[in-house]
Ligand binder design. Structure first.
Ligand code: HEM
Ligand SMILES: *[C@@H]1O[C@H](CO)[C@@H](O)[C@H](O)[C@H]1NC(C)=O
Length: 349
């Protein structure tokens, strides 16, 4: 009885606007930035979902509506934008360094190996930022835009929703060398994937759940071709963890010579829908990237068990994906008076 009442109360709470929850629950009343005033130049010391509630309450609606139009014109855009947040956070933290173009003092991360001829969606971010600057000048950081866009991309594709902690500020520089070094390439073994994520404070559960982002979007042949013809670099045999019929399909998309920029879905069963088929495919040897398949075939019982669990229970995957996205979004944010709120995401102020 008491438990039931509690649940009803929680359901009720979730309908109350966030600022009311903040007053009702002492747990929220201290230490969170509310974005009073201009929203720029604040000195809040941690991220909060309510950061823009007063300084730019319309931020999320603007982001969602621009994204909706962009995805209507180009369905792949949801995937491309979700990926941007990941490639941002893995390089000196979630600070929108990924969005900076070349300057006199640094080279853009867009030219780093994992990003070149691969990342997309920058003009959509430009459009969002322009609309936000009109509505609430110098208030919403580019780093927070990437975090909100990632969430919106998930929701718009049928994936989970979550509360996005906000208040990140933007870096004044990019680091191409760091991008080469810290964004995991698709040839890593399970062991190296675990190490790569661990460096960012993310564990094995985060690794398997976040890889589920590959339920949407595509990859170029160059990202997985080695598996098809010469897994060990000796032109002898394909990756044995690759199911045979799927291997032949992929060979027809990616010939042994040329076609490196041809693309194919990461989850061919439902490439535009955020669901758990990515994991189901992996159970059958149909992970597209070597790294996707390593989660199940890389001799790590922990990882393999997680792949199975998410393949069996989509709700479990959604819950964990949301949690892990929040965790990834908290990698080394610039807070307080560190960094700045860029006016234009492509260059420092
Ligand atoms: C676990 C390590 C990961 C590796 C090795 C990896 C690697 C890759 C590669 C090679 C591609 C294709 C790029 C191309 O061929 O142009 C790709 C696409 C993609 N990745 Fe990952 N990724 C990883 C984790 C993640 C995470 C954590 C996310 C987001 C939370 C993510 C989101 C995406 C999305 C959505 C696409 C499709 C993008 C599009 O269609 O434009 N990936 N990834
Ligand atoms: C980083 O990657 C880019 C693109 O492949 C390359 O031009 C650059 O030299 C790389 N830098 C280092 C130090 O690896």
């Amino acid at each position: 009885m008491a438990t039931k009442m509690h649940l009803v109360f929680l359901a009720f709470l979730s309908l109350i606007p966030p600022f009311m929850v903040a007053q009702a629950d002492p747990g929220y009343s201290y230490g969170y930035g509310f974005g009073w005033g201009s929203g720029g130049g604040n000195d809040y010391s941690s991220l909060s979902p309510y950061f823009y509630d007063f300084s730019c309450p319309q931020a999320n609606n603007i982001i969602a509506s621009v994204l909706e139009n962009a995805v209507a014109q180009d369905p792949r855009m949801a995937a491309s934008l979700l990926r941007l947040h990941f490639h941002d956070c893995f390089v000196q933290g979630c600070d929108a360094s990924i969005l900076l173009d070349d300057s006199a003092t640094f080279v853009s991360e867009k030219k780093a190996k994992p990003n070149l001829n691969s990342l997309r969606g920058f003009t959509v971010i430009d459009e969002i930022k322009a609309r936000l600057e009109e509505a609430c000048p110098e208030t919403v950081s580019c780093a927070d835009i990437l975090a909100l866009v990632a969430r919106a991309a998930s929701v718009l594709s049928g994936g989970p929703n979550w509360e996005v902690p906000l208040g990140r500020r933007d870096s004044k520089a990019a680091n191409m060398l760091l991008a080469n070094a810290t964004i995991p390439p698709p040839i890593l073994t399970a062991q190296k994937l675990i190490a790569s994520f661990q460096q960012q404070g993310l564990d094995e559960v985060d690794l398997v759940a976040l890889s589920g982002a590959h339920t949407i979007g595509v990859a170029r042949c160059t990202s997985f071709k080695q598996r098809l013809y010469s897994q060990n670099g000796n032109n002898q045999q394909p990756d044995l963890s690759l199911e045979k019929a799927y291997l032949n399909e992929l060979k027809s998309v990616c010939p042994s010579s040329g076609g490196d920029n041809n693309i194919t879905p990461l989850d061919y069963a439902s490439p535009k829908t955020f669901d758990n088929t990515y994991y189901k495919l992996i159970l059958g040897g149909r992970g597209l990237l070597f790294t996707d398949q390593q989660l199940y075939s890389g001799n790590y019982a922990n990882l393999a068990q997680l792949v199975k669990s998410y393949a069996e229970d989509e709700g479990l995957f959604f819950d964990q994906f949301a949690k892990s996205m929040v965790k990834m979004g908290k990698i080394s944010p610039l807070l307080g008076s560190n960094g700045e709120v860029r006016k234009y995401c492509r260059r420092p102020n």
